[in-house]
Design a protein around this ligand. Structure first.
Ligand code: SAH
Length: 357
């Protein structure tokens, strides 16, 4: 992995103060800078009107553009419910983010890495392996830039929640993930509530336990995708390193530490994890979890087919049957609203297509 330059949006208030002082300015200049970058979220040093021209010039020289991203492609669903963005980073790599309109508030799905090294069999993001981690500023910029683009006027609304479910495994880029969430939820910055942030993991117990101790009440989503280890190993290589029991134990700890419900993601793959037996087994596991005091919520996701994998999605009827079996066992279950399959919204699909062309 090559070196990644620090972007000005990577910095928190303490670092801005250090920076200002290091450039021979007073500390309050650092606080002003923080406000321009993370509260007012301007895209150009010129707009930082109360800063001395000399400081703005030095910043530009040292850090380059305020915004480390450039929109190279935007695909919108016809009904206006979803927009997928392909961004170029300053080193030429590309990442994807998705904006989604929900009744209870709009949401952005953020990428945490360029590519991924987890190797899940059905996922497009991992096909080319991991290229590099994203910096906190590169994660934040997905939110800042999409917000600016979707709501050109202040009165248009804003993003209500963030899900870290784009390309990459967030716990494989742990430090930057936490710095991103702290900046996003900084009261003096974008000031999003940590409760409106969801982090999705393929199941890394150390990461889950570390996050539980951060004092950030974010929602955790676990990509479970199988009712037992045998099936899970066919789908996700990480299951070979961490058996389901160990991962679910970490989720239980997460719940007891934070009081936040953990959501279990289950992508439905035809003839792999979608028959009645799988549903019964999953229900049994969930009942056990609930008896041990952990509330369970299952989110069924119809597979977004990625041609390279050869795997197909489960039909609507079978998804309904699967859901019924869980409900019969009093498990809280939802089917993820189909979003963006027409615009290649499964993570990594759009990036992959533009690379192949
Ligand atoms: N690495 C993290 C977050 C990124 S993936 C994780 O594994 O959770 C976000 C979610 O989408 C995960 O549940 C992932 O398993 C699922 N996913 C990825 N590709 C998919 C596809 N083609 N169809 C359906 N779900 C997919």
């Amino acid at each position: 992995m090559g070196p990644v330059l620090t972007n000005i949006r990577d910095l928190d208030e303490v670092k801005f103060v250090d920076l200002a002082v290091g450039m021979g300015e007073k500390a309050f200049r650092g606080r002003q800078l923080f406000e321009w970058v993370h509260a007012k979220r301007v895209n150009d040093y010129e707009e930082m009107s109360n800063l001395p021209a000399k400081l703005r010039e030095s910043l530009r020289e040292e850090y380059g553009a305020v915004d480390p991203l450039r929109v190279v492609k935007k695909q919108e669903a016809q009904d206006g419910s979803t927009a997928k963005y392909l961004f170029e980073l300053s080193d030429g790599n590309t990442i994807e983010s998705v904006w989604m309109r929900y009744r209870h508030g709009d949401s952005v799905c953020v990428s945490s890495q360029v590519g991924c090294r987890m190797g899940c069999r059905f996922c497009a993001s991992t096909l080319g392996g991991l290229v590099r981690n994203l910096t906190p500023g590169e994660m934040l910029s997905q939110v800042y830039d999409i917000e600016r683009e979707q709501y050109p006027k202040d009165t248009d609304g804003h993003i209500g929640s963030i899900i870290v479910m784009g390309m990459g495994e967030p716990f494989d880029n742990y430090e930057n993930l936490i710095r991103f969430i702290r900046l996003l939820t900084d009261e003096k910055g974008r000031n999003l509530s940590a409760r409106s942030v969801t982090v999705s993991t393929c199941g890394i117990p150390d990461g889950i336990r570390r996050l539980a101790k951060e004092g950030l009440p974010v929602t955790l989503a676990l990509s479970l995708h199988a009712p037992d280890d045998e099936t899970r190993k066919r789908i996700m290589p990480i299951a070979k390193a961490h058996p389901m029991e160990e991962v679910l134990e970490a989720c239980r700890d997460y719940f007891s530490e934070t009081g936040r419900r953990v959501s279990l993601e289950y992508s439905m793959i035809r003839d792999v994890n979608d028959d009645e037996k799988a549903a019964e087994k999953l229900a049994e596991r969930c009942v056990k979890l609930q008896k041990s005091g952990m509330p369970v919520h299952i989110n069924l996701i119809p597979l977004n087919e990625v041609s390279e994998t050869g795997w197909e999605r489960t039909g609507t009827e079978r998804i309904q049957q699967f859901k019924k079996i869980l409900e019969k066992n009093r498990i809280n279950v939802t089917i993820r609203r189909e979003m963006g399959s027409e615009i290649d919204a499964a993570c990594g699909q759009l990036r992959r297509k533009t690379q192949i062309k």
